[in-house]
Ligand binder design. Structure first.
Ligand SMILES: NC(=O)c1ccc[n+]([C@@H]2O[C@H](COP(=O)([O-])OP(=O)(O)OC[C@H]3O[C@@H](n4cnc5c(N)ncnc54)[C@H](O)[C@@H]3O)[C@@H](O)[C@H]2O)c1
Length: 324
């Protein structure tokens, strides 16, 4: 029997992807959503227009009656986490606690209540792997613990291990997704996310600051495609499986800045600063990050819908409308 998505839980639902997911689920028949969020990086503005949401405002780790509160829900999308390079580097311990302790708590409750769960992991788990294209089987190559940026990847890998261990023991029905640089409406520039930061700077004709040489490439994925995949996966029930969600098209950060300057008709100049200057010695950055998305495309039959040009245009329009 297919999962019902009539009543769902979204942890981190006031955040960027969570709020887009809530909207998408309501448009596709979901009747009620419980959002659990501590509003550390999320915002009420992202969800206040939505009807039929219940909100628990708090850290998952601190909610005492979580089991009672989750009773009667059909599916859990677990998105709450310490996210974003800047946020992680500023809050290493807090982010580690959330990503491990909160996730463990959600797993225990979902396992007791028999609620299937989708877990949002990250392309960071591949580290600096030198493989051309990263499939779900690619070996991780993480830096040492003295480089604190790897704490995020490590905590997400622990989440994946915990989920698969519980699945193997027959206790939990998890689906794991590894997300590659997601962009779109509701993404804040405050926590170091490159596209909203560059677009905001360009619209103000301010300097665009690139960390490193700008030769590093990334592949950006539209949030609308991501939430579509989430819903499809929840319905298809591939429990115990890991899926990359991304876009194989790569762009260097330097070219991204130039594209944004063109699309905004901006007079912004580009400045380069070293990673060390911005984040100190404990930082390392992979030069490229390109997903194989064969697995998810062949399961769902859905391909990413937008190229980078189109995504940037939509984000620029979104930011301009916000200012009106
Ligand atoms: N945006 C991306 O490019 C990207 C890439 C890889 C993975 N991810 C993963 O996707 C998920 C969603 O990311 P996002 O980009 O929407 O980030 P986000 O920061 O906008 O969303 C995270 C949400 O979780 C909430 N939160 C944090 N700690 C919490 C806690 N202890 N209890 C309750 N709520 C808490 C925050 O307030 C926020 O609303 C995260 O798990 C992230 O690791 C995102």
């Amino acid at each position: 029997m297919k999962n019902s998505l009539e009543k769902v839980i979204i942890t981190g639902g006031a955040g960027f992807i969570g709020s887009n997911l809530a909207e998408h689920l309501f448009q596709n028949g979901t009747k009620e959503i419980l959002i659990i969020d501590d509003f550390s990086t999320g915002s009420m503005a992202n969800i206040e227009h939505l009807k039929n949401i219940n909100i628990i405002n708090g850290r998952i780790e601190d909610i005492e009656d979580l089991e009672t509160r989750l009773m009667g829900y059909n599916f859990c999308f677990h998105l709450a986490a310490g996210v974003g390079v800047k946020y992680i580097m500023d809050n290493v311990s807090k982010a580690l606690n959330t990503n491990i302790e909160a996730t463990h708590k959600i797993f225990s409750v979902c396992s007791k209540l028999n609620i299937p769960i989708l877990i949002t992991s990250t392309s960071e788990v591949y580290g600096v792997s030198e493989d051309e294209i990263w499939t779900e089987e690619t070996k991780s190559l993480l830096g040492p613990p003295t480089k604190l940026r790897w704490s995020y990847a490590t905590s997400k890998l622990i989440d994946e291990f915990m989920a698969l261990a519980e699945f193997n023991d027959g206790n939990l029905n998890p689906i794991i997704v590894r997300l590659f640089n997601i962009i779109g409406p509701n993404q804040s520039s405050e926590f170091g996310m490159v596209v909203p930061k560059f677009v905001e700077a360009a619209l103000e004709n301010n300097e665009i600051i690139i960390h490193g040489t700008g030769e590093q490439t990334r592949s950006f994925t539209w949030v609308g495609d991501v939430v579509n995949y989430f819903r499809e996966l929840a319905l298809l029930e591939p429990y115990g499986e890991i899926f990359n969600i991304g876009q194989p098209e790569e762009i260097s950060i330097k070219n991204l800045a130039e594209l944004i300057i063109t699309k905004t008709n901006s007079s912004s100049m580009v400045e380069f600063i070293s990673h060390e200057q911005e984040y100190g010695k404990a930082f390392e950055d992979p030069m490229r990050r390109t997903p194989s998305i064969e697995k998810i495309v062949s399961l769902t039959g859905i391909k990413p819908s937008k190229q980078i040009d189109e995504m940037i245009e939509e984000i620029v329009n979104y930011k301009i409308n916000l200012k009106k």
